[in-house]
Design a protein around this ligand. Structure first.
Ligand SMILES: *Cc1c(COP(=O)(O)O)cnc(C)c1O
Length: 427
């Protein structure tokens, strides 16, 4: 038997989420303050305070509060593009026709902004031991394309790899680094905060992140000039004049002072959230002991924020599983399991899991894009079809990995039942 759906595992009355917002009370007071003082706008004290807190927490000089992290990454791409290639004619297409090295196993929001600016993502294979961008593959990519001057790297699920090494490789090749720390706020590498490694970085306050504003994000930079430029672009690029004067294309990307109230109230609880997430990770680690699975890798010298606990099933403990572009099937097998079975079992008790991010080079949208492997070979979806499946680290982790319910508010009893259900999948 694999997971026995006929056996009665009591379903949770209230769904146990992957990661949902956790409020504390201060948030509503800052929202009320905005309301009472009528700063119901994209200007106000909450925004100023969020920018101070974000810069301080991430150990950078300047933060610019924006409507979301994707907007922050877009402005990062524009700033980097202008610095590298000069100002484009109508102020968009800052990366027009240029290759940009990007993380492969991440949310597509990491690199969509590269495409907004006309750049061509070239994916860098994932490192087996860290689940993050492989520094060796990045070196190979620079050997192949020495003209590339920009790297966009995300930290996966709050468990950083060696972003410091990635930064050094960028410096060696005269390239800039955009660090997508959306999932990694509060995590650190060698005692230095994630978000401080990029020439430009971004953090997210999306509803499921480690702290939230319901939405929102910040662009982080060490340059006052760049911070001011991003702030100007984010407010329709208005020139300093008595009327609406415009010399370049602008965006409506500024954070609302109401949203900023929520973020402001959350910052003081970041460390508490991290401690809760760490406890969840450790309970999974202990509870799943003896099963043919491993939890997300923790890279030496790094301190994760433990945002999403995930597991990977040992190769020889995988039952047969196939996925097309929208559906998955599996064959239950005694003593074995697969992500699809575990996700269905979790769903049957009203708990939310999720597959690992499907690597970008496997996405139909990027099927013609290259993915540079650790050995310098090119792996892409089209190749995989031609020669019957080039195995690469991202494809493998996607096949065998699952994100587990990691909500701060999950009780020990709830987590115990989840662990029991996962154990049952391997019966
Ligand atoms: C959530 C996330 C984003 C996007 O953040 P938003 O604030 O929702 O725009 C970008 N990159 C990664 C890796 C993320 O997890």
């Amino acid at each position: 038997m694999a997971f026995d759906f006929s056996k009665k595992f009591e379903a949770f009355e209230n769904k146990v989420w992957l990661a949902s917002p956790t409020m504390h009370g201060e948030e509503i007071e800052y929202i009320n303050e905005a309301y009472k003082t009528n700063w119901m706008s994209t200007v106000g004290e909450n925004i100023d305070e969020v920018e101070k807190m974000a810069a301080e927490k991430s150990e950078v000089q300047y933060a610019v509060a924006l409507s979301c992290c994707t907007a922050a990454l877009h402005l990062c791409c524009k700033l980097a593009g202008e610095r590298l290639y000069g100002k484009p004619a109508i102020s968009h297409g800052a990366l027009e026709g240029k290759r940009v090295f990007c993380s492969d196993m991440t949310f597509d929001a990491t690199l969509n902004p590269v495409v907004y600016e006309g750049g061509i993502p070239v994916f860098i294979e994932t490192e087996k031991d860290s689940w993050n961008m492989d520094p060796k593959a990045l070196e190979k990519a620079f050997e192949m394309y020495p003209e590339v001057k920009l790297v966009v790297c995300a930290e996966l699920y709050g468990f950083p790899g060696r972003i410091d090494e990635i930064k050094k490789i960028c410096e060696k090749h005269g390239a800039l680094l955009i660090e997508d720390a959306a999932e990694a706020m509060g995590a650190s590498v060698d005692g230095r905060q994630c978000g401080s490694y990029g020439d430009y970085s971004a953090v997210s306050y999306n509803g499921n992140k480690i702290i939230t504003g319901s939405a929102g994000g910040c662009l982080l930079t060490k340059s006052l000039e760049d911070a001011n430029k991003a702030r100007k672009w984010s407010t329709q690029a208005r020139e300093n004049a008595a009327w609406y004067q415009h010399e370049e294309v602008g965006y409506n990307y500024r954070m609302s002072n109401v949203i900023a109230g929520v973020v402001r109230g959350q910052y003081g609880h970041l460390e508490e959230h991290i401690a809760q997430k760490k406890a969840i990770y450790e309970r999974y680690e202990k509870g799943l002991e003896g099963l043919p699975v491993k939890m997300n890798p923790i890279t030496e010298g790094t301190e994760p924020n433990y945002w999403l606990s995930s597991l990977i099933i040992d190769e020889d403990a995988m039952c047969k599983q196939v996925r097309d572009d929208s559906k998955a099937l599996y064959v239950p097998e005694e003593g074995k399991s697969c992500p699809t079975e575990i996700l269905e079992a979790l769903e049957s008790i009203n708990a939310e899991g999720r597959p690992i991010w499907k690597p970008m080079h496997m996405q139909p949208m990027y099927r013609m894009h290259e993915c540079v492997g650790t050995d310098g070979s090119i792996r892409c979806r089209t190749n995989a079809y031609i020669d019957g499946g080039v195995e690469d680290v991202g494809t493998d982790i996607f096949a065998r990995g699952v994100c587990l319910p990691s909500d701060n508010k999950m009780t020990v009893e709830e987590q115990d039942r989840i662990i029991e259900v996962i154990r049952e999948c391997f019966e």
